[in-house]
Design a protein around this ligand. Structure first.
Ligand code: GLC
Length: 614
């Protein structure tokens, strides 16, 4: 007799088997390996606990569960936030108070000290970094989160392993089987060919894409740091074992797996080794594997690329790939707009996004653990008669370092490459908005303006379709942490400037509306609650932009058939008028005042959320 669980598994498998096998055979052409994969899927399905299977069924029945306007995310480092996993469990009430129901725990798997790239060099995919706890602690935390209605996201670093991973160690000792899990070369002839076409991710902190291994006298491909060895997905063993690690993590109760650096996972000589067609075959297979074994789990693709490269990672309606992607271009364009006080490029970016199918879910954010790369639509900038790419990047970096007249921002350059002159930028939202400088100068007026900018940017982020994601500390205006410069393991990587310890003393002040923390925390809370209450913020609500005839003021609208929402954002510190031509009377969702939405006076860095019943 076939059990109920097997029947359910089979029905999910049968839905995808043709396509899964087809894609698999195209890459690996091996019935034997394919059989092992299917057997593994069944094993992981059986190991999935009853509560998670229950959740799978609920989410299958309600596939839009993550598309509502009630999601609010936060990404945090376990050690910075609460010391270890048990600590995070104790601090859940704080997250609840902040309205968070989706928490991204930054990399927490075993990773060698000082050679970890912030945890993105994984030595063991099934073991938690000992200082942070154990796998049992992780499963206990996810269970607790689920009880509180919080979803948990974890990174799945699939492009590479640490040089201390078991495979890497065996490969270094000369074992061919494990060398084949990576890209090994006897001499530099082939690597030199790759170097001709493959750009560099960390041109100053980790130049080149290959690393010499004296112990075995070979080169290994290392796109990121020299201690992060690129995995070779042409090898069926790599694909299979990595998929099993992925399912293992899903079975610890992880709801969202962030597939790290996914555009890089397939390499081909003569190409830039980014976004190759095979990457999409692999992501599509991962999506099917997820739907077969753990259909409640979501895939979040980390695709930090130019706009036309990002959207294909959603796949198609019939063949979806990622459930969610980062809204990276909007993020970079927001900061460009802060510096330029000119909304034309941001408006254009929104027009592009608004034209996409409403069921694409973007993760909207202002800052994250990484640097800001100035990946803007330079062709459009050029048309608007702004500067060319290199001088414009220099302007942005000068602006945010506070070296430009009128700028009150502070932060650091990242990977300032003298060859491409393509420096990126690091800093916290609050410091980039000028809160740090204003506090240092004890300038109340400057401080109020910086806080207004910080809140206005969050309001803008909250109005976008998708899931808003806060970077831990931003809810209490956490400043840059310059102490990283004194720590030998961190000082070469300026991303640590915005990876400081969470300041619990400062967080206590969130209760006091006279403090900076209190002002930011309470104003954000009001906006988040409005977002949660008003259906017009849902992903399915239409979105479009409106001309304001004022270069520094952006206007965006959303409508869901019942209500219309007009959001107006002043990116200038000066007062401006927004000349929009919207008929009838509107209610300001923040102040409750009513009035027309035609000539709207906008204070410096002010914003309005104006609602009208349709
Ligand atoms: C991703 C991470 C980044 C890391 C890189 C290599 O881009 O966000 O922090 O350095 O992958 O794993």
């Amino acid at each position: 007799m076939i059990s109920e669980e097997k029947k359910l598994f089979d029905s999910r498998l049968n839905r995808h088997r043709d396509e899964l096998k087809w894609l698999y055979m195209e890459l690996y052409d091996s019935d034997e390996w394919y059989k092992c994969l299917e057997e593994g899927l069944w094993r992981f399905y059986k190991e999935r606990n009853a509560a998670l299977r229950e959740m799978d069924l609920e989410r299958e029945a309600n596939p839009d569960w993550y598309r509502k306007n009630d999601m609010l995310g936060m990404m945090l480092y376990v050690d910075n936030f609460a010391g270890n996993l048990k600590g995070v469990k104790e601090k859940l009430p704080y997250l609840e108070k902040a309205g968070i129901n989706y928490v991204h725990l930054m990399p927490l798997l075993e990773s060698p000290k000082g050679r970890s790239d912030g945890g993105y060099a994984v030595a063991d995919f099934r073991k938690v970094q000992p200082e942070l706890g154990t796998m049992e602690d992780l499963a206990a935390l996810t269970e607790k989160c689920h009880q509180k209605g919080i979803s948990v996201c974890l990174d799945f670093v699939m492009n590479h392993t640490s040089e201390e991973h078991e495979w890497a160690r065996k490969a270094r000792q000369g074992d061919k089987k494990y060398q084949d899990c990576y890209f090994f070369f006897d001499g530099f002839t082939v690597p030199a060919l790759y170097e001709k076409t493959v750009p560099q991710v960390f041109p100053t902190t980790a130049p080149g894409n290959f690393t010499w291994l004296p112990q075995c006298g070979k080169y290994v491909m290392t796109t990121f740091y020299p201690y992060q060895w690129d995995l070779n997905y042409r090898n069926p063993m790599v694909f299979q074992e990595m998929m099993f690690h992925f399912l293992f993590l899903a079975n610890q109760g992880i709801d969202i797996l962030r597939i790290d650096a996914v555009p890089y996972i397939w390499k081909e000589l003569g190409t830039n080794c980014r976004n190759l067609p095979r990457v999409h075959s692999i992501v599509r297979m991962m999506r099917m594997i997820t739907e077969i074994v753990c259909p409640g789990v979501l895939l979040l693709g980390e695709v930090v690329m130019e706009p036309e490269k990002v959207v294909p990672y959603f796949g198609t309606v019939e063949k979806p790939e990622c459930h969610m992607l980062y809204n990276v271009t909007t993020m970079a364009t927001i900061w460009h707009t802060v510096a330029s006080h000119d909304v034309c490029l941001l408006k254009k970016q929104l027009d592009t996004l608004c034209a996409l199918p409403g069921d694409y879910v973007f993760l909207n954010y202002l800052r994250c653990h990484d640097d800001i790369g100035w990946g803007l639509d330079y062709a459009s900038l050029w048309k608007e008669r702004m500067q060319a790419e290199i001088p414009h990047k220099k302007f942005l970096n000068d602006y945010f370092r506070g070296c430009f007249p009128g700028s009150v921002s502070s932060g650091e350059l990242y990977n300032d490459d003298p060859v491409t002159q393509d420096a990126r930028f690091c800093g916290t939202t609050a410091s980039m908005c000028g809160i740090e400088k204003a506090l240092a100068k004890k300038d109340e007026k400057m401080l109020a303006s910086a806080i207004d900018l910080d809140i206005m940017l969050h309001a803008f982020m909250l109005m976008q379709s998708g899931i808003p994601m806060l970077y831990s500390g931003d809810e209490v205006a956490q400043l840059n942490d310059w102490s990283y410069r004194e720590e030998p393991e961190k000082r070469d990587d300026s991303r640590y400037i915005h990876r400081g310890k969470f300041d619990w003393e400062a967080a206590k002040k969130a209760e006091d509306p006279d403090t900076v923390q209190g002002k930011v925390f309470t104003r954000l809370k009001v906006l988040e609650e409005i977002r949660r209450k008003e259906a017009v913020f849902e992903g399915s609500a239409a979105a479009w932009t409106i001309q304001t005839w004022e270069p520094a003021v952006l206007c965006m609208a959303r409508a869901d058939g019942r209500d219309k929402l007009i959001g107006i954002y002043n990116f200038s510190p000066e007062e401006k008028m927004a000349w929009i031509d919207e008929k009838g009377s509107y209610t300001d969702l923040v102040t409750g005042e009513t009035g027309p939405a035609s000539g709207v006076r906008m204070p410096g860095y002010g914003f309005r959320w104006l609602k009208q019943q349709l």
